[in-house]
Design a protein around this ligand. Structure first.
Ligand code: AMP
Length: 217
């Protein structure tokens, strides 16, 4: 199964993505994670994209598409993948359509006021990737022992910019995939577990549908 996960920054894509790939045995491809890893390691790609991430702007399509194509061409992606944070522009979506089969697009819907608050109070563990919220977790250290960080692009001004960029460039993808008839909206409000319950229902139904389509019975 090949899945695209859509949603505004802070909609909870990362948390749901972890559960989806674990449950369905898919390869998780997060363009944001790939960029951050490259920035941390100061690779050539990292140096090229660093300023975009700092400003909360999108990395140019050509560069982003190349990164995703390279990853999707690796052998492990044969078993199915989930793209988290890609595509983010109509241009990226068009290229993805030409190269890959997409079985399902999941769109996590959330209230903008809620995501802004979620992002500003989000803390992440740079070692194990766990995500916390200062409203529900007062500690400054992860359960794995690593000190939590407030991502530079989760600072208030950058968050506002990221949400504006999302509305202008990524939101049109919802209509694009609606026309293609492959998108399912999931209410992203509530706890990670609440949202996972809804997500699992949609994914289970899609998997059964795909099986029925391909088993020939
Ligand atoms: P994320 O962790 O998905 O919120 O991504 C963090 C940042 O990485 C974004 O604000 C962009 O600067 C960059 N980025 C991630 N995915 C893409 C994409 N598909 N196209 C362009 N830029 C991206």
């Amino acid at each position: 199964m090949n899945i695209v996960l859509l949603g505004a920054p802070g909609a909870g894509k990362g948390s749901q993505a972890k559960k989806i790939v674990e449950h369905f045995g898919l390869v998780h491809i997060s363009t944001g994670d790939i960029f951050r890893k490259n920035i941390k390691e100061q690779t050539e790609l990292g140096k090229q994209v660093e300023a975009y991430l700092e400003r909360g702007e999108l990395v140019p399509d050509a560069l982003t598409v190349q990164v995703v194509q390279d990853r999707l061409s690796q052998a492990d992606c044969q078993k199915g993948w989930m793209l988290d944070g890609f595509p983010r522009t109509l241009g990226q979506a068009g290229i993805l359509d030409q190269k890959q089969r997409i079985d399902l697009v999941l769109n996590l819907t959330v209230d903008f006021g809620v995501v802004e608050a979620r992002l500003v109070s989000r803390r992440v563990c740079p070692a194990c990737g766990l995500v916390y919220n200062t409203q529900t977790y007062a500690e400054s250290v992860c359960v794995c022992g690593e000190r939590l960080v407030h991502r530079a692009d989760d600072q208030s001004e950058t968050v506002k910019n990221r949400l504006a960029v999302y509305q202008a460039q990524t939101e049109p993808l919802i209509e694009y995939y609606e026309k293609a008839g492959c998108i399912k909206n999931i209410d992203g409000m509530g706890s990670v577990e609440d949202v996972w319950e809804r997500t699992r229902e949609v994914l289970g139904a899609t998997r059964n549908f795909l099986r029925a389509m391909t088993c020939g019975c």
